[in-house]
Design a binder for this molecule. Structure first.
Ligand code: ADP
Ligand code: 5GP
Length: 189
C-alpha cells in the first residue's frame, strides 16, 4: 500500500505492564501486523500452547540453538532464558508487513544493534503498586516469581527513556489507541 512502510517494532515493559493484552488488541485492529513466537526455557502456564505462546525448550536445547547461532537475540529474564529465533523473523518478515517482537529490555537493545531501523516502544504501568496488583490478579505467578518480577521492574522502568516511544497503560482502551497511533506514525514515516 502506498505511503506505508513495514517496520520492525520491539515492545518491552515490566512483566504485568500489559504488553500481551495490548498487542492482542492492537492486532485485532491492524490485522496485517505480525508477531514472532519466542523460545523459552520457562515452564508453560496453564492454557499456553507450544509453538503458539512460545516454543518451550529444555535448557540443553536452548543452549544448543544459541551455540548454533539460531537466535537474533536472547537473554536471561526472571530466571529463565528467552530468545527470538532467526527463522521466526525471516519467515514473518517475508509476509511483507510490520512485525512485533515482544521481548525484554536486554533483547531490545540487541535488536537495535542488529537492526538500527527497528522502532523500540516501551509499555509503562501507571505505578509499581498497580503493576503488582495486576500481576497478582493475573494469577500466573507464585509469591517468589512475583517478587523476582517486581524487583526487576524498577531497573526496566529506568530504561524507558532509551526507547523511541512510551505508552502508559492506565485505561486499556486509551492505551490500545495510543499504541496503534504510535505504530501507524512509524509506518507512515
Ligand atoms: P505482560 O504481557 O506485560 O506481562 P499482561 O498483558 O499479561 O502483561 O497483563 C497483565 C495483567 O493485567 C493481565 O491480567 C491483564 O488482563 C491486566 N491488564 C492489562 N492491561 C490492563 C489495564 N489497562 N487495566 C487493567 N488491567 C489490565
Ligand atoms: P513471561 O514469562 O511473562 O511470558 O515473559 C517474561 C519476560 O520475557 C517478558 O518481559 C517478555 O518481554 C520477555 N520475553 C519474552 N520473549 C522474549 C524473547 O524472545 N527475548 C527476550 N529477550 N525476552 C523475551
Amino acid at each position: 500500500m502506498s505511503g506505508v512502510t513495514p517496520r520492525l517494532f520491539v515492545i518491552s515493559g515490566p512483566s504485568g505492564a500489559g504488553k500481551g493484552t495490548l498487542v492482542a488488541r492492537v492486532r485485532e485492529q491492524h490485522p496485517g501486523l505480525g508477531l514472532t513466537v519466542s523460545a523459552t526455557t520457562r515452564a508453560p502456564r496453564e492454557g499456553e500452547i507450544d509453538g503458539q505462546s512460545y516454543y518451550f525448550l529444555t535448557d540443553e536445547e536452548f543452549k544448543r540453538r544459541v551455540d548454533a547461532g539460531e537466535f537474533v537475540e536472547w537473554a536471561h529474564v526472571h530466571g529463565n532464558s528467552y530468545g527470538t529465533l532467526v527463522s521466526e523473523v525471516q519467515s514473518k518478515l517475508a509476509a511483507g508487513s510490520s512485525l512485533i517482537l515482544e521481548i525484554d529490555v536486554q533483547g531490545a537493545f540487541q535488536v537495535k544493534e542488529r537492526f538500527p531501523e527497528a522502532v523500540l516502544i516501551f509499555i509503562q504501568p501507571p505505578s509499581l503498586s498497580i503493576l503488582q496488583q495486576r500481576l497478582r490478579d493475573r494469577g500466573t505467578e507464585t509469591e517468589q516469581s512475583l517478587a523476582v518480577r517486581m524487583s526487576n521492574a524498577e531497573a526496566e522502568l529506568a530504561l524507558a527513556d532509551r526507547y523511541d516511544d512510551v505508552v502508559v497503560n492506565d485505561d486499556l482502551d486509551q492505551a490500545v489507541h495510543d499504541l496503534l497511533e504510535v505504530i501507524q506514525k512509524h509506518e507512515r514515516n
